[in-house]
Design a protein around this ligand. Structure first.
Ligand SMILES: NC(=O)c1ccc[n+]([C@@H]2O[C@H](COP(=O)([O-])OP(=O)(O)OC[C@H]3O[C@@H](n4cnc5c(N)ncnc54)[C@H](O)[C@@H]3O)[C@@H](O)[C@H]2O)c1
Length: 308
């Protein structure tokens, strides 16, 4: 299995590192526009191979997409990250051009590729890839829900004073500070609804801290986070590479599911060798349905700024 990661910055390199450490891919190609940067990151990572015990071959290239030919999966992390105080939506002007160009280069060299979109504003960038790549819809997957769900579980475990492995939960809808929908009604500790353990104030805290999870880190770090985003992507790549049929919330093109059409939004899906094997319909409460629809309206407005 050959995987390309475009953008050898913070998220791209972290993603390549986690993929290699899990040792399920034969090759990871890093691509960046900055001269020598991807080559340098690849060499540094390869020098951890004997220390960390992996056999995945990592190479780097400055914009030579012929080196990516025959990739099964490609991850797009190229673009600018947000600075403290910025929303993800403010990145659209620069990132849309980058994502469109990168997509064309990837598809030209790997016509069968499955693309995982990470660059922000992610739901809109995933929509852009649908509109410009010519790939079937099951081969375009936006990464947001996997990360946001991990942040939700972190906050749940904190409030429950429990180990994270006791906790399960999922975040759907938009990958934005206001449009995220942590499904508290379905979150559990060892199968018991968390609502049995947490009072209303604790529940509100978990939801609000989950939604601003990225902004909290951006304020602390001066740029957006990379470890958890990289790990989240690696879980998705592994689900495809190993045909795991894992249920992961991803930003997918909706055609009637959850009452929406012609929009990419986070919904639970089965991820396997074909990319998206199936979108899973879960029953939402009336309040969750309303919030999902509001998130869709906001993403649609951002999509309106795209020029194809
Ligand atoms: N979806 C998510 O959950 C999530 C999480 C974290 C970050 N992000 C987004 O991922 C993107 C990357 O974040 P980062 O922290 O790694 O940023 P970064 O600045 O560390 O890395 C981005 C890299 O992209 C490269 N690049 C720019 N234009 C390119 C092009 N045309 N071709 C190839 N490479 C190009 C840059 O040279 C840079 O090395 C940002 O848009 C960020 O907002 C998304």
């Amino acid at each position: 299995m050959k995987v390309t990661v475009v953008g050898a910055g913070a998220v791209g390199a972290s993603c390549a590192e986690y993929i290699a450490m899990k040792n399920f891919c034969s090759e990871v190609v890093l691509v960046d526009i900055k001269e020598g940067f991807a080559e340098g990151k690849a060499m540094d990572l390869m020098q951890t191979a004997s220390l960390n015990g992996f056999d995945t071959k990592i190479t780097g290239t400055t914009g030579d997409y012929s080196k990516t030919a025959g990739s099964h999966v490609a991850v797009i992390t190229s673009g600018i990250p947000r600075k403290p105080g910025m929303t993800r939506e403010e990145l659209i002007g620069i990132n849309a051009g980058i994502v469109k160009e990168v997509t064309q280069n990837l598809v030209k060299n790997s016509p069968e590729v499955i693309i995982i979109v990470v660059s922000n504003p992610m739901d809109t960038m995933a929509y852009l890839v649908h509109k410009t790549s010519g790939l079937p819809k099951h081969k375009i997957i936006g990464m947001g829900g996997a990360l946001d769900s991990a942040r939700f579980k972190y906050r749940l475990a904190e409030a429950l004073e429990s180990p994270i492995s006791d906790v399960d939960g999922m975040v759907i809808a938009a990958h934005s500070d206001t449009g995220m929908l942590p499904l508290l009604s379905k979150a559990t500790r060892n199968g018991v609804p968390v609502t049995e353990f947490l009072d209303e104030e604790q529940q509100k805290y978990v939801i609000e801290e989950t939604k601003v999870g990225g902004a909290t880190l951006t304020k602390l770090l001066g740029t957006s986070a990379w470890y958890a985003p990289g790990a989240a992507v690696s879980v998705m790549v592994q689900a495809i590479a190993c045909d795991q049929k894992k249920m992961i919330p991803c930003s997918l093109m909706l055609e009637g599911e959850y009452g929406q059409n012609d929009i990419c939004l986070g919904v639970p899906a089965i991820i396997g060798a074909n990319g998206v094997e199936k979108i899973v319909n879960v029953t939402l409460t009336a309040d969750e349905q309303l919030k999902f629809a509001e998130a869709a309206n906001a993403v649609r407005e951002v999509n309106g700024d795209l020029k194809f």
